[in-house]
Design a protein around this ligand. Structure first.
Ligand code: GLO
Ligand code: MG
Length: 364
């Protein structure tokens, strides 16, 4: 038997947040990047996910040499703390020039800005010792179908990805699909779309996907199956584990909070495929509830990691022989009951198909 995976965890500085939502302002005071970095190792995390402007604040107003200098400083802050950067992602959805999207904007100068911002993100990533760039294509979509030509939009996304691949022969691009929010519909809504565009790109070996549980649920899909699909293509580069209570705004709940069984199945798929053995991180893109106090700013991260590890134990201790017997007998009802009892931690001996009381009179 191969050695058990030692999972490595990551999150982004935005996951320690101040509680603002569209209907109310911040309720906790902010921590500096350095303060946040101090928490990583004590919380059990060694990977840091970054937006370009998490590394270099005010990036658009700075000269290339200033950007490089700041990126080197942050890289040193990571080294001093025994941390590594997992990826850098261009925050393409904030600037007024990306109101109508970046790669798919109807305005050529806005598209040029978006490409330039991505190339600067690659420069930052290289200073941070990571070849990985994540594209969450927030505004690459429309509010109404007539506003853009969807086919041209796909072509423009592909063209930008190819330009990024050309710019740096070592960069890897991980697409994080999400079906909606902030847009009505996004152009790369699922991992299937992301993988299709990866194969179409000029170097498919360097393009893959990052799956966020909540985003799959928002697309009406099962996150574990989405992960399995990407794994089958060798294209699951990272994950953003979290949870989501149905089809509403992107909640980024703690992992397992809304659907523990679904969380178990995500862990099962990852563990069974050996995810993490090649150094992939288990990323947690979770948001603490607005009701929490300042002193609880990191509890959701510790709790999500803990839940993941408990579920790994559940996957490792499942009775594989019994599962196989139940599958062979096509007794999925018993398999369902066994799974629930295993998750509940109650005795499972009694789970079998022979539980139906005999009908004395008819002998059926
Ligand atoms: C939003 C996304 C976002 C990304 C992050 C990294 O819905 O989940 O948090 O993960 O910007 O690209
Ligand atoms: Mg995410």
């Amino acid at each position: 038997m191969s050695e058990a995976t030692k999972y490595r965890f990551s999150f982004g500085p935005w996951n320690i947040s101040e509680g603002a939502d569209p209907f109310g302002p911040e309720v906790r005071s902010p921590y500096s990047l350095e303060e946040k970095l101090d928490w990583y190792l004590p919380l059990g995390f060694e990977g840091v996910q970054f937006h370009d402007d998490d590394v270099v604040e005010g990036i658009d107003g700075l000269k290339p040499s200033q950007v490089t200098k700041r990126a080197q400083e942050v890289c040193q802050s990571l080294k001093d703390r025994g941390l590594v950067a997992e990826f850098v992602a261009p925050r393409l959805w904030f600037d007024p020039k990306t109101i109508d999207g970046g790669f798919t904007s109807n305005c050529a100068t806005d598209r040029a800005y978006a490409l330039d911002r991505c190339l600067r993100t690659i420069d930052i990533a290289r200073e941070m010792d990571t070849p990985n760039v994540v594209l969450w294509l927030a505004r690459e979509g429309t509010y109404i179908r007539e506003a853009k030509n969807a086919r041209v939009a796909y072509e423009r996304i592909l063209e930008t990805i190819n330009k990024m691949l050309d710019y740096d022969p070592e960069v890897n691009i991980w697409i994080e699909p999400k079906p909606n929010e902030p847009m009505d519909h996004a152009y790369l809504p699922t991992i299937g779309h992301a993988i299709a565009i990866a194969y179409q790109s000029s170097d498919p070996t360097r393009v893959g996907g990052l799956i966020e549980s909540a985003h799959a649920i928002l697309a009406g899909l099962d996150p574990a199956d989405e992960m399995a699909f990407a794994l089958a293509h060798g294209k699951l580069c990272s994950v953003h584990l979290n949870d989501q209570n149905g089809l509403k705004f992107d909640q980024d709940k703690s992992f397992g909070s809304a659907n523990l069984r679904s969380a178990y199945n995500q862990v099962r798929v990852l563990e069974e495929a050996g995810y993490g053995k090649r150094g992939e991180f288990v990323g947690l893109d979770v948001k603490i509830m607005r009701t929490q106090k300042q002193s609880d700013s990191t509890a959701h991260l510790a709790n999500s990691r803990d839940t993941f590890l408990h579920l790994v134990e559940k996957v490792r201790t499942v009775d594989r022989k019994l599962e196989q017997e139940l599958i062979e007998a096509r007794d999925y009802e018993a398999l369902d009951a066994y799974t629930l009892r295993h998750l509940l931690g109650v005795p499972t001996e009694a789970v079998s198909s022979s539980q139906q009381p005999a009908l004395a009179a008819s002998g059926k």
